[in-house]
Design a protein around this ligand. Structure first.
Ligand SMILES: NC(=O)c1ccc[n+]([C@@H]2O[C@H](COP(=O)([O-])OP(=O)(O)OC[C@H]3O[C@@H](n4cnc5c(N)ncnc54)[C@H](O)[C@@H]3O)[C@@H](O)[C@H]2O)c1
Length: 226
């Protein structure tokens, strides 16, 4: 058992920038621009051109000196790498505040992600519609997820997350994004990622604290000669 599956090949930081490149390339394509340079992409995305070249080399795309990158070809490669060459179905388990917000989030479709199922163990909310989909009982999870190769999202409270993960794994789900606090153990073949809002905020708070400490160290005390 492990808590995460290592990504193959492309560094996560590069993967995180790919949607930005794709957004810029899509806009170029809409304006009929056939090719672009690492400098143009860098300026549009806000990174150094050397970083763009390095990122795109991970896709096996090195560009052509004097010509640059073919916009259509590069768009296709990035879309394929992001899994957007096909649409990926998503199911959400736990339809409270967060689950409902995620289900209604309009930003998934443009990333090739489509929410196809909403699940909750609370019979009292079964049948309620969120973003056009009914909330279904957990007993339906297997029939929805089994053949669809879905990505599962856990939006249950922390103590229920294990039960939710077990249900997803039992339904054959091998990609899970967990929003609940705490760590989860899943089989090795399951890729588990975690979004931890509290920890991210805590990191910012610590950095803020460190900045305050640096500033107060640099300011000489009143009446004390430097
Ligand atoms: N990671 C983040 O950035 C982030 C941000 C906000 C909230 N959260 C977390 O997301 C989770 C949900 O928060 P919320 O405010 O939506 O909670 P909530 O209480 O409003 O909703 C939780 C839902 O999960 C359902 N549920 C509980 N156990 C279940 C199970 N075993 N199977 C299926 N459904 C189950 C409940 O019936 C309820 O509808 C919490 O764990 C919270 O800490 C994470």
């Amino acid at each position: 058992m492990s808590t995460a599956l290592p990504r193959r090949g492309i560094p996560d930081a590069t993967v995180a920038r790919l949607p930005d490149y794709l957004r810029v390339l899509t806009a170029m394509s809409a304006r009929g621009i056939p090719s672009t340079s690492s400098e143009q992409l860098a300026a549009a995305v806000g990174v150094r051109s050397a970083k763009v070249r390095k990122d795109l080399s991970h896709l096996g795309n090195h560009g052509v000196r004097g010509v640059g990158y073919d916009v259509a070809n590069l768009s296709m490669k990035i879309a394929a790498e992001l899994g957007q060459a096909r649409e990926w179905p998503v199911v959400i388990v736990g339809m409270g505040n967060l689950g409902r917000a995620l289900a209604a989030y309009g930003g998934l479709a443009s990333r090739g992600l489509r929410v196809i199922g909403l699940f909750d163990h609370d019979d009292a909310i079964a049948g309620q519609r969120v973003a056009g989909l009914p909330i279904r009982p957990m007993a339906d999870l297997d029939s929805v997820a089994r053949d669809a190769d879905v990505i599962g999202v856990i939006a249950t409270p922390g103590p229920s997350a294990k039960e939710a993960a077990d249900a997803l794994v039992a339904a054959g789900v091998t990609s899970i994004l967990n929003f609940a606090p705490g760590s989860l153990a899943v089989p090795d073949e399951v890729e588990l990622r975690k979004v931890d809002l509290a920890t991210e905020l805590q990191i910012l708070a610590v950095h803020k604290q460190q900045r305050y400490a640096e500033v107060s160290r640099d300011v000489p005390l009143a009446g004390v000669a430097p």
